[in-house]
Design a protein around this ligand. Structure first.
Ligand code: ASP
Length: 441
């Protein structure tokens, strides 16, 4: 069995810098190339191909990785009787950070009021094409999204795996791991060895895929940079700044404070240790696709497998602070536009409904790009706002998706550190770069 140290040593010590370099290069591509021109479209199709390969590779390992990580994590926890305690802490912290994130969003959207502008009419007149989203939400209500929790018990394990239904897989992994811990003798050892082997192989594959991250990041972020030029951004600048400020407060103030006071780690060091996961989340705009990297980063920072195995897969699925915050800001922004253009005021009761629905639907939203748009459409319907107004934010959605996904993943990682600390893990925030340097020595 390959040990963690050996695995970490295989990491390319310059990978961090390569990924950051790729981000810069992607931004430069945005300035040089333009969608719709011959060369711009040629670059886009190459990026599309390369980015697609990278994303597929990450998604490919999600199902076996989640299952093996959860089975092992739960089996370890169950044998120490800490399952109930860790579970309660996890759910409590997920809810608490979600509420903090929404509060930050509400504060900024009411303070800056991006929808109260003389350009409101223009924004409404230029609504983008919403047919794609409308198809996805047809016949659904906000209650359906919340109802995803009901489907957490799959009727068929294999179809749940085939459709990457993460909550269902988490359920199967938890039950399997729990009863696996009841096995005795040599069969218990065989089962533990089997799942440990699967998990180690998945981790090695993750690290191998990450060697291609610079290329993947260049392709994925380059596509966004080329497609959404500055002109798309300008009319929505105040709205985008509102979202970014609210996300920044959560990312750079609230989560670091929690990390410092409850996680017992230096937030700067911890963020440095998990930056590969944050960058992958930013580039892919998908918490699920980032999950292999998230787990690896947390373990590198010193979190034990019994904690990462449960807290992170669940977090990637249900803990979406950035998403909850975004849903709230968009809906209230739209309400402000409606009030400005037609005088229909948005009541405090409606605002409260938005908060509750944002928190609940963010649990049901899948960790894939643009998933919040579906939830936002359903919330708009629930509070009686015009759904087609979602088209107003489409032009800047992708770039904000990248940012909110990075916040989603950072929140999962912060809560993991807090729980690990409370459970006695020694979080030395062993920076990946430090390990790489040790390897070079
Ligand atoms: N892209 C987000 C994630 O994967 C979900 C969303 O807000 O659209 O976490």
């Amino acid at each position: 069995m390959a040990s963690d140290e050996n695995l970490a040593k295989q990491m390319d010590r310059t990978l961090h810098w390569q990924i950051l370099g790729a981000l810069v290069l992607a931004a430069i591509c945005g300035f040089i190339f333009e969608a719709g021109t011959g060369i711009g479209d040629a670059v886009l199709s190459v990026f599309d191909f390369v980015g697609g390969l990278f994303l597929n590779a990450l998604k490919m390992i999600v199902v076996p990785l989640i299952l093996s990580t959860i089975v092992l994590g739960i089996a370890r926890m169950a044998s120490q009787d800490s399952f109930g305690r860790v579970g309660a802490k996890t759910v409590g912290l997920y809810l608490m950070t979600g509420i903090f994130a929404i509060a930050s969003g509400l504060f900024f959207v009411n303070l800056i009021a991006p929808g109260v502008t003389e350009h409101a009419d223009k924004l409404v007149a230029n609504i983008g094409d919403t047919s794609g989203i409308m198809e996805r939400v047809e016949g659904r209500t906000a209650a359906d999204l919340i109802g995803i929790i009901e489907r957490a018990i799959p009727a068929n394990i294999f179809s749940a795996a085939a459709e990457t239904q993460l909550l269902a897989l988490i359920f199967v992994g938890v039950v399997f791991g729990f009863f696996m811990s009841k096995l005795q003798g040599s069969i218990a050892e065989t089962m533990t060895n089997f799942w440990t082997g699967v998990n180690d192989v998945m981790i090695m594959i993750t690290m191998w895929i990450m060697r291609f991250a610079p290329l993947g990041v260049l392709a994925l972020v380059g596509t966004v940079a080329i497609k959404s030029g500055w002109s798309a951004f300008q009319p929505l600048l105040t709205f985008a700044i509102t979202v970014l400020l609210a996300l920044a407060v959560h990312f750079a103030v609230i989560l670091p404070l929690l990390l410092k006071f409850f996680g017992g780690v230096n937030p700067i060091q911890y963020y440095a240790a998990v930056s590969r996961a944050q960058l992958t989340a930013f580039s892919t705009a998908s918490s699920s696709a980032t999950l292999p990297v998230t787990i690896r980063s947390a373990e590198n920072a010193g979190v034990s497998k019994r904690i990462t195995g449960f807290v992170l897969p669940l977090g990637a699925t249900v803990n979406m602070d950035g998403t909850a915050l975004y849903e709230c800001v968009v809906v209230i922004f739209i309400a402000q536009i409606l009030a400005t253009t037609s005088g229909v005021e948005f009541t405090i009761m409606q605002q409260l409904t938005v908060v509750i629905l944002a928190l609940l639907t963010s649990i049901g939203v899948a960790g894939v790009p643009a998933a919040s748009l579906v939830a936002i459409t359903l919330i708009l319907t629930a509070v009686g706002l015009p759904v087609e107004f979602i088209g107003i934010v489409l032009a800047v959605d992708r770039i904000l998706d990248m940012c909110r996904t990075a916040v989603n993943v950072t929140s999962d990682l912060s809560i993991t550190a807090i729980i690990a600390n409370s459970e006695g893990d020694a979080l030395d925030a062993a920076n990946e770069e430090q390990e790489d340097e040790e390897e070079a020595a």
